[in-house]
Design a protein around this ligand. Structure first.
Ligand code: GDP
Length: 313
């Protein structure tokens, strides 16, 4: 079922952590006509602008890695933007893709679409079985709408569109903003700067007890291309690595990779969010894919990238 390497593949969100990794992977496995678009090429929250890009580029295959994303603080502070922008972006992309006859599309969701108290590891069939985590419910509802849209286009028009639900992603080129980013890049910045400045302590949010699963962006990029080649069903596919760590363990790993030897202080005034998010990846494993990066190695890779780019960020 592998895709024709001559197909024109459009990756929306091409400068983001996930989109850029998908493009690298597509090119690596021999796709000859990969085009990326991002917000500077077209405002994807604008229906007409999105439509005209699709009419100009006429893709055969689409990967939707475009989204407004952010960590727990950004999601909590800006629920309206996270809901509206993501609904608009995906609706515009799907409508335009359908209009120009795109039969193969991969939509990227998020593991936060699962109920806050879902049984762990989380199977795809836990969807909509309980209430969401409140700190990111607006983002999660938008992504759930995207998943149902993909299923609806399949049912109504027979398109071979699919959805992947990745766990927390990290890697070189991530958003390393000190307060708006996700935990892993936030800690990379904080521990790197503390080691550089010989600081005595680093503050980490929450209690350190929540557990998260992290996938390197190159592994996620590879999984996305693998799914385009080998998966075609309405049910989403979890994309993860199968193991999780506590935020306290994560902080230790980042401290070590950054060469920080001081104290870690917990700021319990900050929210913990979902207590645990570990995906059941048996459906993905059943398609014959497994990750390549271990977490310690991936963190070293990311710290190295940040160190060499820190003056620009
Ligand atoms: P989540 O997986 O959707 O909750 O997203 P995050 O990556 O933002 O947060 C994961 C966990 O890391 C939460 O329990 C946060 O409280 C914790 N955390 C600790 N320090 C930080 C930090 O500096 N930034 C962020 N975003 N989260 C942090």
């Amino acid at each position: 079922m592998t895709l024709d390497r001559a197909a024109r593949v459009l990756v929306a969100g091409s400068t983001g952590l996930v989109g850029s990794a998908v493009i690298r992977r597509l090119e690596r496995v021999g796709f000859q006509d990969v085009v990326g678009i991002h917000s500077a090429d077209a405002d994807l929250t604008d229906t007409a602008a999105t439509r005209s890009v699709f009419e100009r580029l006429r893709p055969n295959v689409v990967v939707d890695a475009a989204a407004r994303v952010g960590g727990i603080a950004a999601n909590h502070a800006e629920p309206v933007e996270f809901l509206n922008d993501n609904l608009l972006i995906q609706t515009n992309l799907f409508t335009a893709a359908h209009a120009v006859g795109v039969h193969r599309l991969l939509f990227l969701g998020s593991s936060c679409i699962y109920p806050r108290d879902a049984a762990q590891p989380i199977k795809e069939d836990a969807l909509l079985t309980g209430p969401l985590e409140s700190t990111n419910d607006a983002y999660a509802i938008a992504k759930l709408a995207g998943l149902v849209a993909v299923q609806s286009y399949r049912r109504r028009y027979g398109h071979r569109w699919i959805s992947a639900m990745p766990t927390n992603v990290y890697g070189p080129g991530d958003n390393f903003h000190p307060t708006r980013s996700h935990v892993l890049p936030a800690l990379v910045r904080r521990f790197y700067e503390a080691a550089r400045d010989d600081a005595e302590e680093v503050v980490v949010w929450g209690t350190g007890t929540p557990r998260r699963e992290f996938i390197h962006s190159d592994d996620l990029g590879a999984a996305c291309v693998h799914l385009l080649d080998h998966y075609d069903a309405a049910e989403p596919v979890n994309v993860g690595v199968g193991t999780d760590v506590s935020i306290a363990e994560l902080a230790e790993l980042v401290a070590e990779a950054a060469g920080f030897r001081g104290r870690i202080v917990w700021d319990r005034s900050k929210p913990d969010g979902t207590p645990r998010k570990l995906l059941d990846v048996s459906r993905l494993a059943g398609t014959g894919w497994k990750p390549r990066f271990g977490l310690a190695e991936g963190i070293r890779d990311t710290v190295e990238w940040f160190a060499s780019s820190a003056t620009r960020l």
